[in-house]
Design a binder for this molecule. Structure first.
Ligand code: C2E
Ligand code: MG
Ligand code: MG
Length: 390
């Protein structure tokens, strides 16, 4: 049974049914209505997508949108309209202003493929944490995902906050389970780690990400590639050699590869980890300390490890504009990193207000939904052009 839930509201019942059919064909769980006044009773917080007709008698799509905004809905919206296209665009603007996710607009009549493309885009881009699934994946689910090659990589841009240049991407693994839907790496990576399945997953991640860096390099784009490394991989004393030969064989630029290690990873077996980290650095890789502020590593360990980047955890960044404590932690982290000769990346920038505060605080680089969500490799170029044209 699919876990993705979709609600369609359209006073023209034929259209509502048409959308419902297409979505059901793609394994969505669908509710539809031709009576907009039943909307509030049908709405629930676990909906993934809401398809809204803009022009309806009694209550229109914009009023429903206001209701969704008041509920802090996480659902992604698709607007439909048979009238003037400019209204569709304005509706999209209002929705974005209200902090809603807009998946797209459909001018009636539209083709099945146009709707299918939007729904596919959702499945690929959905914020992984918000898609619920009742059962966590089992060990054998993960084993068959490895065997059936169900994993793929997405890349989230990282931007220089002084000149807005796109300097790199973070490689993030994705898994769409055939029946359980999208499963967050925050859920399956810990299970894989506990069950000795990280070796295969990490091999896939490093090979794919390093090959991607090499491919972009060949097309004239030298983007830094940040790769998350599980503490389990830091047990392998041969890791520096393996990564080096992989990068050389694929034609990637080692100096443009950043290895992200969480602070927590440093807490056990410090000597072994230091051995590996120092040798990675000596071979030309960059090292980043991820989720800074959430672990308990001592400052002494931090100074000793050869990191050249510090990533401030998103829990501090998200509320930077409203929470004084988050602001203080961020400010102090930036100062500390700079004093220690490290560059700072803020992750989880969701609004322009937060971006501006970070600029004022002297943060070097940023990553977050406001600039760009994780995307497929072939979407990066178009996104980059868009970003640079603003
Ligand atoms: P992380 O390394 O701290 O990655 C950043 C996470 O924040 C990603 O979640 C990203 O999609 C999310 N994010 C970025 N900007 C925003 C934003 O503005 N708002 C919000 N709400 N979230 C934002 P994701 O991809 O679900 O990954 C979660 C964690 O799973 C990662 O945290 C990392 O620890 C782990 N992970 C992801 N991919 C890999 C991988 O390939 N290998 C390993 N070992 N771990 C991975
Ligand atoms: Mg990371
Ligand atoms: Mg992080």
């Amino acid at each position: 049974m699919s876990t993705l839930k979709l609600l369609v509201v359209d006073d023209e019942i034929d259209f509502a049914e048409f959308v419902a059919d297409v979505a059901q064909g793609m394994n969505f769980e669908v509710i539809f209505t031709d009576n907009p006044s039943t909307f509030t009773s049908l709405y629930h917080a676990n909906l993934n997508i809401i398809v809204l007709d803009l022009f309806m008698p009694n209550i229109d799509g914009i009023e429903l949108l206001r209701y969704l905004s008041e509920c802090n809905s996480n659902a992604s919206i698709i607007f439909m309209s048979g009238k003037d296209g400019s209204v569709l665009n304005s509706a999209q603007e209002i929705a974005l202003e209200q902090g809603m996710n807009v998946l797209g607009v459909l001018s009636k009549p539209f083709l099945v493929k146009q709707l299918e493309d939007l729904l596919t885009k959702y499945v690929q881009h959905a914020p992984t944490q918000t898609i619920g699934f009742s059962q966590p994946p089992s060990v054998s689910d993960i084993e068959s995902a490895i065997e059936n090659e169900e994993f793929f990589m997405m890349y989230q841009p990282q931007i220089n906050m002084v000149n807005r240049e796109v300097v790199g991407v973070e490689a993030l693994i994705r898994w769409v389970h055939p029946s359980k839907g999208v499963i967050s790496p925050a859920v399956f990576i810990p299970i894989a780690e506990q069950n000795n399945l990280m070796k295969e997953i990490s091999l896939f991640v490093t090979n794919t990400a390093i090959q991607q860096q090499a491919d972009w390099l060949k097309s004239g784009l030298n983007l830094r590639m940040s790769i998350n490394m599980s503490p389990k991989n830091l047990d392998d004393l041969l890791l520096p050699e393996k990564l080096t030969s992989c990068a050389i064989a694929m034609g990637a630029n080692i100096n443009s590869i950043m290895i992200e290690v969480t602070e927590t990873a440093l807490m056990s077996d410090v000597v072994r980890y230091m051995d590996i980290l120092i040798r990675l650095k000596m071979k030309g890789f960059n090292l980043s300390i991820d989720d800074f502020g959430t672990g308990y590593s001592s400052l002494k360990q931090l100074v000793r490890a050869p990191f050249n980047e510090l990533k401030i955890d998103q829990t501090f960044i998200k509320n930077l504009d409203t929470d004084q404590e988050c602001r203080t932690i961020t400010e102090v982290s930036i100062l500390l990193a700079h004093k220690l000769g490290m560059k700072v990346v803020a992750e989880g920038i969701e609004t322009e207000v937060v971006w501006k505060i970070l600029q004022q605080l002297g943060c070097d680089e940023g990553q977050g939904y406001w600039m760009g969500k994780p995307m497929l490799s072939d979407e990066i170029l178009a996104w980059k052009e868009d970003w640079q044209s603003i």
